[in-house]
Design a protein. Structure first.
Length: 318
């Protein structure tokens, strides 16, 4: 296949062709002010692996077709460095930045129940992203680093990593759908802010999706290649990692969350679902453990954001 960007191209020309390359540069910590230097010169000056930069820039332009070209050429270690920098950018800049815009746009106050729920659900999304990126930073990447240095890791298999992206953007998509369909801005000034923040949310969704795709399409296959070259190391991820990836509720637990969102007591839930109060308490403990949500208000937001109940159904409970 033919690449579109090469190491001898002037970096300025690459940016001129695709301004999104600036995003890669910023996350790799590459400085501006590079004059007429080539991609390779700027990468070398800033300590960035040139092949990794070219893989990212070409992937951004051409998509998955570049995977087979780069899969055995990229430096997995510098690729991980890029992914860690992306996580840092999401957590410390982009997510708080959009939260500030959202707070301003929806006239946030604890008295405004719908606005309160919107911010709470945004915070839950940000928390889910943080849990995911923390898992990668602390459990996945250290094991991959060991493999890169030639050490098999007992019980670790990178293919389990792919499934961890399922449903990542669901909460954010549902949140912006609620805003678009049901939220009435109190003033025209708020409405202008709201349109601006919605565009930012769509961009955030696209950015996050691209990040996950890059991990699934290029990072995972590159690590699989390393795995194949190491002695057999089993096919199970350590139990603690699997536990952290599991978030989904059973159908029975979803029934229970619906009841909690409607303001029902444990006794009322037991009567409605034909189970004992003790069983209700056990289910609630399991739900708390799985979702890391402790309060009825938090479960209400979860129920709305995940489509288990409508805003009308919970109106009297909040
Ligand atoms: Fe990631
Ligand atoms: Fe990820």
């Amino acid at each position: 296949m033919s690449l579109i960007y090469h190491e001898e191209d002037k970096l300025y020309d690459v940016i001129q062709d695709n301004s999104r390359v600036l995003q890669i540069m910023s996350r790799l910590g590459m400085p501006l002010g590079f004059g007429e230097k080539s991609v390779r010169q700027v990468c070398e000056d800033s300590g960035v692996d040139t092949v990794t930069f070219l893989a990212l820039a070409n992937y951004m332009k051409l998509g998955k077709e570049v995977v087979y070209y780069f899969i055995d050429k990229i430096s997995v270690a510098s690729f991980m460095d890029y992914l860690i920098r992306c996580h840092h950018y999401f957590h410390f800049f982009l997510l708080p930045y959009i939260r500030r815009l959202l707070v301003e746009a929806i006239n946030y106050s604890e008295a405004n129940k719908v606005a309160f729920l919107i911010i709470k659900s945004y915070d839950e999304y940000a928390e889910a992203v943080k849990r995911h990126t923390d898992l990668e930073n602390t459990k996945i990447f250290p094991n991959v680093k060991l493999m890169v240095s030639g050490h098999p890791v007992q019980g670790f298999h990178i293919s389990n990593f792919i499934r961890s992206h399922e449903g990542m953007d669901k909460k954010l998509t549902e949140l912006r759908n609620i805003v678009i369909k049901y939220y009435n801005a109190p003033t025209s000034a708020h409405q202008e802010h709201l349109y601006a923040v919605l565009i930012q949310i769509f961009n955030l969704e696209a950015d996050m999706r691209a990040h996950c795709e890059l991990e699934d399409s290029l990072f995972v296959p590159a690590v699989q290649l390393i795995e194949e070259q190491l002695p057999e190391n089993g096919n199970k991820m350590p139990v603690e990692v699997k536990e952290e990836m599991r978030e989904s509720l059973s159908e029975r637990e979803k029934d229970l969350v619906r009841c909690v969102a409607q303001g029902m007591s444990n006794k009322e839930i037991a009567a409605k679902l034909f189970i004992t109060v003790n069983t209700v308490i056990t289910h609630r403990k399991n739900i708390t453990r799985k979702l890391n949500i402790h309060s009825p208000a938090g479960l209400t937001i979860y129920a709305i954001v995940n489509g288990l109940v409508s805003l009308d159904e919970v109106k009297n409970a909040i």
